[in-house]
Design a protein around this ligand. Structure first.
Ligand SMILES: Nc1nc2c(ncn2[C@@H]2O[C@H](COP(=O)(O)OP(=O)(O)O)[C@@H](O)[C@H]2O)c(=O)[nH]1
Ligand SMILES: [Mg+2]
Length: 297
């Protein structure tokens, strides 16, 4: 296997999707020690722009991503999609649903889609997810769309990796916005009110906008609110304008290599590693007496 890794890397770097898939398999199997074998992962020459798309289940994230893939492909860009579904390691249904929504792009040599059903055991992104997102950087991808679900650790951890974060809500999210706002406000670069075809979409978008303006913590960045209808593609131009604006600058590349961000990634990888060690050790325990050897001096 190790003899092949050079060949696999070469193919992935040349933009070959099969080679890329094999590289991911290697990374998944080997975990963070892969950095030794593939130091390229640490210094991307031409990083792919990572767009985080997060929000509650059913908000239309996958549908939106399906549309975005099409729009980026029209421009000849190479697109990666990482759908992290932390709702359960057995969420075959959700993964299958995403597959159906992305079907139009299967077989397109400019699109690579991978669903990750699992996650780190504390609820954050898995080590594989951190490795995979770096792999896109060395395989000629222009943009990576990262879908994460829910409100929780995974959603917040997207900050560690995404260059631009959109939080997708629906008109019906109105009732829970006060509760959700705290964490979301910090991670969001943009709020998308999807299902714009539904009643109350405009009212909710306005309400959201004014509540963001009134927020006593004060927005540290100019958060925008957009209305989209992912089903028809309406509102996507404004979304893409937002992407273009950030992507053409240099700031996101500088933010990538900021010590605080690297440290956050290191912390997540270390946490994952420790969790695995804990799992292995816990396997040796079958009665309270086993605690003696577990916690001996
Ligand atoms: N009415 C309406 N339904 C939508 C829209 N976007 C997505 N949906 C539907 O909402 C459901 C959930 O969409 P999905 O993309 O799987 O949401 P996710 O869980 O956030 O990825 C699907 O039945 C979609 O067809 C929209 O703009 N308007
Ligand atoms: Mg989805």
């Amino acid at each position: 296997m190790s003899d092949q890794s050079g060949e696999i890397l070469k193919r992935a770097k040349a933009g070959d999707l099969q080679g890329f898939a094999r590289l991911l398999t290697l990374l998944e199997r080997e975990g963070p020690t892969s950095f030794n074998r593939f130091p390229e992962l640490l210094e991307a020459q031409k990083p792919a722009f990572r767009i985080g798309i997060t929000g509650p289940p059913g908000a239309g994230k996958s549908t939106l991503i399906g549309r975005l893939i099409g729009r980026f492909r029209e421009r000849g860009m190479k697109v990666g999609v990482m759908a992290v579904d932390p709702s359960s390691p057995f969420s075959k249904g959700a993964v299958l649903g995403d597959r159906i929504r992305y079907t139009a792009h299967f077989g397109d040599p400019g699109v690579f889609i991978r669903s990750l059903g699992s996650r780190g055991s504390l609820g954050g992104l898995s080590a594989s997810a951190y490795l995979m997102v770096r792999a896109f950087d060395i395989a000629q991808f222009d943009v990576v769309l990262m879908e994460t679900v829910g409100v929780g650790q995974t959603e917040l951890e997207i900050m560690n990796v995404a260059d631009w974060v959109s939080v997708v809500l629906v008109p019906e999210s109105g009732d829970s916005i006060q509760g959700m706002k705290a964490g979301l406000l910090e991670i969001a670069d943009i709020f998308v009110v999807n299902k714009g075809d539904r009643p109350g979409a405009d009212a909710f978008a306005h309400e959201l906008e004014s509540s963001l303006l009134l927020d006593p913590r004060g927005p540290s960045k100019p958060i925008r609110v957009l209305k989209t209808t992912a089903l028809t593609g309406e509102g996507l131009d404004a979304f893409l304008d937002g992407v273009d604006q950030v992507m053409k600058g240099e700031e996101w590349k500088q933010r990538r290599v900021a010590p605080a961000r690297i440290r956050a990634e290191a912390k997540a990888l270390l946490r994952n590693q420790l969790e695995r060690q804990i799992d292995v050790k816990a396997q040796t325990v079958s009665s309270p007496r086993d605690f003696l050897s577990l916690f001996s001096k």
